[in-house]
Design a protein around this ligand. Sequence first.
Ligand SMILES: Nc1ncnc2c1ncn2[C@@H]1O[C@H](COP(=O)(O)OP(=O)(O)OP(=O)(O)O)[C@@H](O)[C@H]1O
Ligand SMILES: [Mg+2]
Length: 478
Amino acid sequence: MATTISTTVPGSGLQDVKELTRMERIGAHSHIRGLGLDDALEARTTSQGMVGQLQARKAAGVILEMIKEGKIAGRAILIAGAPGTGKTAIAMGMAQALGTDVPFTMLAASEIFSLEMSKTEALTQAFRKSIGVRIKEETELIEGEVVEIQVDRSATGAGAKTGKLTLKTTDMETIYDLGQKMIEALNKEKVTAGDVITIDKASGKITKLGRSFSRAKDYDAMGSDTRFVQCPEGELQKRKEMVHTVTLHEIDVINSRTQGFLALFSGDTGEIKTEVRDQINSKVAEWREEGKADIVPGVLFIDEVHMLDIECFSFLNRAMEDDMSPVVIMASNRGITKIRGTKYTSPHGLPIDLLDRLLIISTSPYTEKEIKQILSIRCEEEDVEMTEEAKDILTKIGIETSLRYSIHLITAASLVARKRKATEVDVEDIKRVYSLFLDEKRSVQYLKEYQQQFMFNAFGESMDVDRGASADSIAMET
Ligand SMILES: Nc1ncnc2c1ncn2[C@@H]1O[C@H](COP(=O)(O)OP(=O)(O)OP(=O)(O)O)[C@@H](O)[C@H]1O
Ligand SMILES: [Mg+2]
């Protein structure tokens, strides 16, 4: 383990995992496709699913630009604002805009209390998941156009197959002996004469690049997705530089003896020993010096950050000063409130020394027009047709209650509309679901009226306390 630090995450596997999460059902933020900024980083009023909140989006764009240049590490940003003002949405937009090469990790602060590991271990893992290592590796390839594949069935029928593969470039032609494994690999990739392929000499992996142009006219019946490529030039054997990005956490897991890379897929990684991390850090430092690897500082997003406690905050203070630290983005909807684990209060529930290290972006409430825009976008995302009048009513509801509540009514209303065999949601459907589902204010009203019938009722004191602690009644720090 000391010498061979492995970085190769079986590529195809990881891809599948990502693919699965992308096929998610329609989520709260699935309409967000980016930050919706123009080249000058000005926010377009409505773009990429984002509406309004121009200041905050522009600020997020500036941060993003710094992250992409890879210059900043260890900076932290706090997005602060009332509930439902798009803090999480902006973070999701940033994640989308970053692309796939820069790691983005999302963590709800309360998650770290429910994992089977210490809080600091969970945070360390989250930090290391957010740092990419871009590794350059030289590999030896054989690249050429297949002239002929010839497989000898052994005389006895069963047993190992052997064969010959003839490959050519524009300049040369060579015959290679094939073993059982290579024959299977060729079959699996459905390689036939006329294909241009590469064979990785180290792993034996075969990749089909496409069909040679010289064969274009032989096959009229080929699917339109067939890619035609030139027959390669020069030598059959080539050296190619391959670049892949893995996260520090992935390297940790692969190299921690008790885990193995399978743990990456189950997510069940347990605690990782400090020695393993130390070794990997020094190895990565070595690679950097040799020019074999670059560090790509990514983004760690901690939502609902006021849920962390004082131990976590002091860990963050320290971890952000490390030279291999990602950009940490936090979000909170709390005003002046208690810091968890202490009896002191502080703005956003964060200790002052941590706040001092943060740049703060604040979000503001939406106007009526913006709410209507967001609702329209959500209707589209949820495939719901709605009349203009219905949208107006829903917007009114959004202003009176909350944006979230009115977003939730969309699907419910469309179900009601479908029941009466209508294709469009109309005012009556909105009215119906508005009376079926209570928002917070009416629910409290209901509680007051029927308090005798509820269990554990202590309306006078505890309700006051609860209202005090509920997120939206706390005045935001200005
Ligand atoms: N500017 C916006 N453009 C488009 N959709 C938005 C915008 N702001 C918020 N939304 C949508 O409104 C809903 C509520 O916003 P979001 O969850 O981001 O609020 P939040 O600020 O994170 O609130 P909380 O403090 O309660 O976590 C989400 O579905 C979000 O996608
Ligand atoms: Mg949120």
